[in-house]
Design a protein around this ligand. Structure first.
Ligand SMILES: [Cu+2]
Length: 141
């Protein structure tokens, strides 16, 4: 009797875990690109907690939403360089933690960069080398 009960509890725990996993794997969950300060090159960005780089390239599906978080010590304005015209909400990320949201009109190859501004008051940081130009290529399939 006792044994049977335990088996039922384990089964319930497993099916709950499966549900949670399906939720995380959903294609509709926004993916985050984070900009941060770097001593060398001033700033870099990372996709979905991946490595920080000056240039990012990724593949997403058509209904993907990309979320940009600017944790750098200066503003960044997200700008599109190539590809079908996208919708960017709050492109001008001009305070710490500012969020921009990007959606795609369909399949294609899209290129973006940011236009950095001056360091926030009192937040100037020493950097080494030329400031990076952030580049992002998104292939929407
Ligand atoms: Cu910077």
């Amino acid at each position: 009797m006792k044994r049977k009960k335990r088996i039922r509890v384990v089964t319930l725990a497993l099916s709950t875990a499966a549900l949670v996993f399906t939720g995380i794997a959903s294609a509709h969950a926004p993916k985050t690109i984070t900009i941060r300060h770097q001593m060398r090159g001033c700033h870099m960005w990372s996709f979905a907690n991946g490595p920080y780089k000056a240039s990012l390239k990724m593949k997403v599906d058509q209904d993907a939403t990309l979320r940009f978080v600017n944790d750098d010590v200066m503003p960044h304005k997200l700008m599109q360089l190539a590809g079908p015209k996208t919708a960017i909400a709050k492109a001008n990320m001009n305070r710490i933690g500012a969020v921009a949201v990007l959606m795609f009109p369909g399949k294609g190859v899209y290129r973006f960069t940011t236009k950095p501004g001056e360091d926030y008051k009192g937040m100037a940081m020493k950097t080494i080398g030329k400031d990076n130009v952030l580049r992002l290529t998104v292939v929407v399939t």
